[in-house]
Design a protein around this ligand. Structure first.
Ligand code: NPG
Length: 372
């Protein structure tokens, strides 16, 4: 590959309702979109940062700075010819995984398009459909939670994830079990607990959950190993797993029995695939997490979730879960059986609605031969 140029956009896509988690509230998505151009073909990647640095250290402003000052210049001046080689060129920049993932993702998307194959095929994926799960933000009361979950079950979602924290855990889980019986149910704590809450967390075992996600600190694999030893509920790690080497250590320590893989959290699809391969070799089931992506990031997640080791429903819901109007055509949809079809067309598999993309663009900068 030899990129003609790149375009970086900050876009704002309005959400239908605010998403509440222990990291805060997102009421519209201000993310970055990267376009990679070559021979009239274009690939797209997304930097799904939150508006404030409460999931990781990144925001739209930090990602814009790192991409424009370091990552994009490196991509346009250093030698590389495949997306995996680009990931190595970007590696000297420490962390800033979401910024890296957006740039590498655009190049993966372009690479697949130039080869005339789907993004999924380009990374070695084989599934023709992926199971859709849904993440339910924190609700004001139990009645509203039960009503919201019931509506998603009626839409066909195959797994329900609710946010928990001390004071909002046992009661909501008990209400859902009482109302909906043995549905596929999991809880995401987003590090809201500490080791001192171990006895409280052990009470989760009564609910036969698929897993409890990231109960302890976002950079911990030691206390999680101690907790998993006394919990029958599988621990799933999210924030703690930032690389394939991290994943190997967590598995060897017994810190988790399941891993949530997000391309944005680990710097892109190349590292995400490496984590998948390590987990597959060690019998650790994985699923694809979400960061409230627009259809561009969602398309990358669908391609990743089509790899064979993704045996659990992920946080890949339909575009209409969050957006009245997405920026891709067709929008990501979940069928009545709770599955998303994996696109077979060349590249991203979803067309980017360029008019909608322009309408949502708040800031734009072009690099190399791209003129905007
Ligand atoms: O459906 O894309 C989605 C969101 C899935 O709940 C989800 N993500 O920690 O995994 C997470 C969580 C999250 C998203 C947390 C945004 C905080 C903000």
């Amino acid at each position: 590959m030899s990129l003609a140029g790149l375009v970086l956009r900050e876009v704002e896509v309005r959400m239908k309702q605010p998403f509440v988690s222990s990291q805060g509230v997102e009421d519209s998505r201000r993310v970055l979109v990267v376009e990679a151009w070559q021979d009239g073909h274009v690939g797209y990647g997304e930097v799904p940062v939150l508006s404030a640095p409460y999931y990781n250290e990144e925001t739209p402003a930090t990602a814009w700075h790192i991409l424009t000052e370091y990552l994009i210049p490196a991509a346009l001046t250093k030698e590389w010819s495949t997306p995996e080689e680009l990931a190595q060129v970007l590696a000297p920049v420490r962390r800033h995984y979401m910024a890296k993932a957006g740039l590498e993702g655009a190049v993966w998307s372009l690479h697949a398009d130039l080869q005339g194959i789907s993004l999924g095929a380009a990374i070695g994926a084989t599934r023709t459909k992926v199971a859709a799960g849904v993440s339910v933000g924190m609700q004001p009361d139990l009645a509203t939670l039960v009503q919201v979950v019931g509506a998603y079950l009626d839409e066909g979602y195959r797994r329900i994830k609710i946010k928990i924290k001390p004071g909002w855990d046992i009661e909501p889980l008990r209400a859902l079990r009482r109302t909906f019986g043995d549905i596929a149910l999991m809880a995401d704590a987003n590090s809201a607990y500490t080791w001192e809450h171990a006895d409280q967390l052990r009470r989760l075992d009564e609910f036969n959950l698929l897993m409890v996600e990231q109960p302890l600190a976002p950079d911990d694999i030691v206390d999680h190993a101690k907790l998993q030893a006394i919990l029958s509920t599988p621990i799933c790690l999210d924030e703690s797993i930032e690389s394939a080497d991290n994943a190997r250590k967590a598995i060897e320590l017994g810190s988790c029995r399941i891993i949530n893989i997000k391309p944005a959290r680990v710097g892109g699809l190349s590292e995400a695939k490496r984590i998948h391969d390590i987990c597959l070799a060690r019998g650790i089931p994985v699923w694809c997490g979400g960061m409230l992506e627009t259809g561009i990031g969602r398309a990358h997640n669908v391609a990743l979730a089509a790899l064979p080791g993704f045996t659990l429903p992920g946080d890949i819901s339909a575009s209409n879960r969050y957006f009245a109007q997405d920026i891709v055509i067709p929008e990501v949809v979940v069928d009545s059986d709770g599955y998303i079809s994996v696109p077979t067309g060349a590249g991203l598999g979803y067309a980017v609605d360029r008019g909608r993309l322009e309408y949502c663009t708040r800031r734009i900068q072009s690099f190399g031969a791209c003129a905007v």
